[in-house]
Each structure stands twice: as C-alpha cells, then as structure tokens.
Design a protein around this ligand. Structure first.
Ligand code: AKG
Length: 250
C-alpha cells in the first residue's frame, strides 16, 4: 500500500484493478438496468446540464436520456454494500491517513450512465469548485461496471493537477479550465485517459482536473461514483455540502 499511497500523493489518482468481484459487479449492472427502464427518480438528464453534445431540451431528440441516477446510496442495499465495501474503505483510510471516513450524500452519490447517441462532453474541472469543506481534501471513488475507454467516454485526468495553484483566469465563468488560451496548452497536453475494466476502482482527489468525452460506442457505460471525507474535514454549515448527513463507513 505504501507505493499506492505515494502514487496517489504524486498523481492525485489511483487505480485499484479488480477490487470489486465479477458477481457483485454483474448484479449491480442488472439493478442499474432495472432502474433505467423506466428511469427511477431522482434522475439528472443529459438535457439538464447543457454540456457540449447534450440534447437541446427535454423535448428534443434524445431529451429523455438519463445522465445520472441520483442518490445512489439510499436506493438499494447493493449500492450501500459498495459504499461501505471494506477494500474501498481501507484504501480511503490509507489515502486520507484517517481512521474515520464518511460518505457524502451531497456530492456524486450517483450512477453515471453514458448512453450511445446522446451523451455529452464534460469539460476540464476540479470537483471541489462547488464543494465547501474545512479542507479541499476529499476523495471520490469511481467503480467501473464495464469497460471504460476513450471510445465510450472514459474519464481523462491531468496527473499531479491536485497540487497545481492555478490563477482564476485559467477558468471560465462556470469554473471549467479554458481551452482557448495559450497558458493552458501545456496543461491540456498532459491529459491521460483512465481506461478501466468492470470491477476496477479509480480513487481521485477532489482537486484533480478531469474531463470526459462522449460515448461513441453502441453500449451504455455505467459507473457508480461516491465521494468521501475524513472525520476531521467537516462540511461548512448551510452550504450544498451539508444538506444531507454524511454516512459513517468506518
Ligand atoms: O462525464 C463524465 O463521465 C465525467 C463526470 C464528472 O467529471 C463529474 O461528474 O465530476
């Protein structure tokens, strides 16, 4: 684990291959598919986010394409089992150097679905930009439930970006990294695809710059995503980070 802790500290992300066994991952896929037809609320639709490539509106072609099944943790015991999975929790304890770990119900806590035809591009951003905690030190857990690659819109990261101090001028009004200014060219050249297989788990820091493309394949991509904090890193009261109680998982 020492090497993995160092790699996370250096790069702002860590991949643990095959952390969730095939049977559990397969059952999750079945559960997610049952939750998509019809899509069980609460759901975020591609058309809601207005990201590049998203349908114009809910009544445009593809307007009913789900992007995220929200509030994953409270939907089903199977989602809870992953949220509290011992291998995930022990990795988080090591990466955050903390015994007490809590799962946030306010951030991520969703199944991301990327459907062929109507998925959007997520531009470069740091998740912490809209989150409010004592310290910007949270870790998100991204469980691949099938292959994730450039073709189906896998995550891209900029290794080491969680340590960069970037002036506000590098970002646009929505706090996405600007791709139209020469100052960001060298950063954009470091983009690294995170290619995963079913059962692989990506751990990434809340300051790591990441992005994702559209799904150009002909199958749906499904990913379960949770965010965790250490017990000592409290959400700021009366912000969107403190709306729902965090769940202790250790
Ligand atoms: O479109 C994607 O898969 C990326 C999602 C993402 O970066 C986020 O929700 O923070």
């Amino acid at each position: 684990m020492e090497e993995e802790i160092q790699s996370f500290a250096d790069n702002g992300y860590l991949i643990r291959r095959g952390l969730i066994d095939e049977r559990a991952a397969g059952r999750l896929v079945e559960l997610i598919d049952r939750s998509l037809k019809p899509a069980l609320a609460p759901v975020e639709f591609e058309a809601d986010v207005h990201y590049p490539g998203a349908p114009e509106s809910r009544v445009a072609p593809g307007g009913n394409t789900p992007r995220r099944l929200l509030h994953a943790y409270s939907r089903d015991e199977q989602f809870q089992a992953i949220g509290r999975h011992p291998k995930i929790v022990e990795t988080l304890q090591a990466l955050m150097d903390a015994q007490e770990i809590l799962l946030s119900q306010n951030h991520h806590n969703c199944v991301m679905t990327k459907h062929p035809g109507y998925s959007s591009v997520t531009s470069w951003h740091q998740d912490i930009r809209y989150w409010r905690f004592d310290r910007p030190e949270l870790v998100s857990v991204w469980l691949a439930l099938g292959p994730e690659n450039v073709d189906n819109g896998c995550l891209l990261v900029m290794p080491g970006s969680h340590k960069w101090e970037l002036d506000p001028g590098r970002f646009d009004a929505s706090l996405f990294l600007r791709t139209d200014i020469p100052e960001n060219e060298a950063l954009l050249a470091t983009a690294t695809p995170v290619e995963l297989e079913r059962g692989d788990v990506l751990f990434f820091h809340s300051k790591t710059l990441h992005a994702a493309g559209q799904n150009q394949s002909n199958t749906v991509k499904r990913t379960l995503v949770y965010t965790y904090r250490a017990g000592s890193n409290q959400p700021i009261p009366e912000t969107r980070s403190s709306v729902f109680d965090d769940i202790p998982v250790s």
